[in-house]
Write a protein that binds this ligand. Structure first.
Ligand code: ATP
Length: 255
């Protein structure tokens, strides 16, 4: 899909002083960042750090207590459900295996909210995720990784300017991890799409333009992986002993 300048601007996502919590207790406090069109951003942090919460705020599934989430410069809260679904495609972490659909039907559902020309047809999306022969299978008959690939295909068909992906690499074998990362890079570069994606695989972080490192709802650091993933930050982010942090750091080692 060829995004016009206007289309690219629609993919801009901004958090402005966003506060949010659970059960009356604040969790995310004054979170501010911007994701530019054509940027691929990885969200990293320990279990419970707030990655899914941030993605759900970005998708409009959770509402900020205060502050604003903007898409294309406009507050998310002012979008209709259909406008929101046309601008943001959200892939949750846990997927519903019990939906009574065939794979091809699920992928075609991605067409419903689209507001612009198709980026990928459902058939192309199925081929890219390697499920072209499983289009007629029921979702419940798929393996965990195949199910995730079916939902990824639906998300890609949606053609939204901003892709919000919660651990899409989880359960994928290395071939499909590599292919998904390559495909996202192609889409980002050709269409100016914005990708915001949580992940736990530190090797894959090198494929991102920028990382946001979260701990207990706070943004601890941001920047390209080699700058962010220092031993000392890894140790603080994941409560690791220094010798363990050295195993995972891709950035400068402590001297
Ligand atoms: N509905 C809820 N009610 C209360 N607390 C919640 C709710 N949803 C999430 N939390 C809490 O918010 C914190 C952040 O959770 P979140 O799912 O955003 O973390 P995460 O970084 O995505 O973790 P993981 O890597 O395990 O997926 C956790 O402490 C979690 O228990």
């Amino acid at each position: 899909m060829d995004f016009s300048n206007d289309g690219r601007a629609q993919a801009r996502l901004a958090f402005e002083q966003v506060c949010f919590g659970f059960g009356g207790k604040i969790f995310i406090e004054n979170l501010t960042f911007e994701a530019a069109p054509g940027e691929m951003i990885g969200l990293i942090g320990a279990n419970g750090a707030g990655k899914s919460t941030l993605l759900r705020l970005a998708a409009g599934l959770l509402k900020p207590w205060t502050g604003t989430v903007r898409v294309g410069g406009r507050p998310l809260a002012e979008h209709t459900d259909r406008e929101r679904a046309g601008r943001l495609a959200y892939l949750p972490q846990s997927l519903d295996v019990h939906l009574p659909f065939r794979v091809a039907e699920l992928v075609r559902m991605g067409n419903y909210p689209r507001m612009s020309a198709p980026r990928l047809s459902p058939e192309e999306a199925l081929r890219i995720v390697g499920l072209e022969r499983k289009g007629q299978a029921q979702l419940g008959q798929l393996s965990g990784g195949e199910l995730r690939r079916a939902f990824i295909a639906m998300t890609l068909v949606q053609g939204a300017g901003c892709l919000l992906l919660d651990e899409p690499l989880a359960g994928l074998d290395l071939k499909y991890q590599a292919e998904l990362l390559r495909l996202l890079r192609e889409i980002v570069e050709s269409s100016g799409v914005t990708v915001l994606m949580s992940l736990h695989d530190m090797a894959a972080t090198l494929r991102f333009d920028r990382l946001l490192a979260l701990k207990a709802g706070h943004l601890m650091a941001q920047g390209p992986a080699p700058a962010v993933l220092t031993e000392s930050l890894m140790a603080r982010l994941f409560d690791l002993a220094e010798h363990d942090a050295a195993l995972f750091a891709t950035g400068p080692h402590r001297t």
